[in-house]
Ligand binder design. Sequence first.
Ligand code: NAP
Length: 266
Amino acid sequence: MAGEFPLIQKESIRKKLTKVKKLIVTGATGGIGSEIARLASANDYKVGLIDTDEEKLTSLSKQINNSVPLLADVTSEESIKTALNNFSEIPDALVNCAGIVRYGSLLEQNPEDFTKVFEVNLLGCFIVSCAVVKLMVKNNSGTIVNVSSISGGKHPAIGTGAYAATKAGIVMLSEQMSLEWGKDGIRVNAISPGFINTGMSAPHYKDNQERKKRESMVPIGRLGKAEDIAKVALFLLSEDSSYIHGENILVDGGVMNTVLSNISRN
Ligand code: NAP
């Protein structure tokens, strides 16, 4: 029809007119963080990759279009400020994905282990978010996703030290951020992944028996993939979720609902 662009031309014009969004991901070289960065880049984001291993960062950045490696430690305010300066853009979006676990019963944990997990998982989320929000307020808009865990709800796991307490802290901190920063046009939500076959959990699934046991616990019949989490993160960063604020979204294949499945009704 006269005056109509062919579809392909329309698409290229749409891309030119769409403002490139800028995203910061922490824990970017990890199993889940790297998938979030990949999916974001495929959806036209420029991505700042924050992590602590320079070699892994450089290699990941080469694989991800329009990405910038930002060597930084989330527990250091100075290091994060430098990383954000090097990104030299006001971020539209942030995913706090950096996280660690130190295994061992509570009685085996020492205060140093406990403190380290708190610093990376919870203090790090606070430090990075505050640094990024101080930039976002200049645009009066932004979205943040904090990665918690099913352990952060009602289900602490034996032998995981401070991990569950930090992840519960992430959920509450996300709610507080949503209350304090909503007026500045900044939306904040959390994601709680379940049994995800990547990153820090991958070693558990190398054991065939353990993998089968956990798979059989998940009502949807499979372990989660990094991509399952990345898709939800991208949704929460996007305009499609514009009225979701202060929520914690479980992405667990239904496993958290299964506690009563273990008792007999005979
Ligand atoms: P992962 O592969 O170990 O990724 C975590 C990343 O955080 C690593 O690249 C790690 O770098 C980085 N990191 C650690 N300390 C840091 C610091 N001080 N500053 C900056 N980066 C730091 O684990 P993942 O499985 O992808 O986990 C990602 C997030 O999902 C974590 O918050 C985790 O708690 C959460 N989660 C994972 C699962 C799961 O089943 N995989 C389930 C629920 C929640 P190094 O490796 O160099 O230390």
